[in-house]
Design a protein around this ligand. Sequence first.
Ligand code: PHE
Ligand code: ZN
Ligand code: ZN
Ligand code: ZN
Length: 297
Amino acid sequence: APNISVTNVKAHLAQLQSIATANGGNRAHGRPGYLASVNYVRGQLDAAGWTTTVQSFTYNGATGYNLIADWPGGDPNDVLMVGAHLDSVTAGPGINDNGSGSSANLEVALEVARQHLTTTKHLRFGWWGAEELGLRGSSAYVSSLSATERSKIKGYLNFDMVGSPNPGYFVYDGDNSDGTGAGPGPAGSAALEKVLQDYFTSIGVPTEGTDFDGRSDYGPFINAGIPAGGTFTGAEGRKSAAQAAKWGGTSGTAFDRCYHSSCDTTANIDDTALDRNADAIAHAVWTLAAGTTTPPG
Ligand code: PHE
Ligand code: ZN
Ligand code: ZN
Ligand code: ZN
């Protein structure tokens, strides 16, 4: 898989920061900074050769938007989706939450185009609206699909907060191997976990599992029985002493002390965490969607 340029990912974050600054300081559902964010991401994808569509929905009396991008080719009955929420809270620009996942996914999609990637699975990306108001965009998307279309989505990878300034390296625990917290994801989730886990193992970075506790856009997918996975570098939770010993950073303080705050700006990003996660996304996309299949014996 290619090495994703963290410089390019950060350039997308700078654009999202500028959009927030020009639109009252946020990119929230129903505010002009959200639609400007959709238009930025869509413009980049269209110029690169992706097929994009915008799905509208209504929540709280405001129109919300999901941006869907399809890469031509692959098996239409075997779809891999990669998603991130593009909205912020109203309190701030939402650069780690979730400019980070949105921008890392965007740069991976642009690299797919630069390499003219040929895929076995059909590859589809989603940028979700109104996650911060209760997973509204991703829920609208999943419920808009017929049962037939839903059943074609064989996996969903979610990236929400992947550049936390005091980062942890969490991979969604698809098989509930730690035996605690929320249960496992749908069958197939463990395989998605393994692909992401394998990347971090290859670069010598230890990970921990994190539960499917329903706090991000994988929720509607797992509720529909779609296997899911993804990574996360931590939100308001505090880094323990044991976590600081293996990952560095500061124990006893939050993974993201600017979570849902006005200080979630471009200064609120750990470049190393962002870089590693962007590369992990590319590894997963290339492994799962571009991987060669074993011919039947
Ligand atoms: N979805 C949460 C938010 O946007 C953040 C979060 C992501 C929390 C993943 C836990 C796990 O605020
Ligand atoms: Zn949030
Ligand atoms: Zn989020
Ligand atoms: Zn596991």
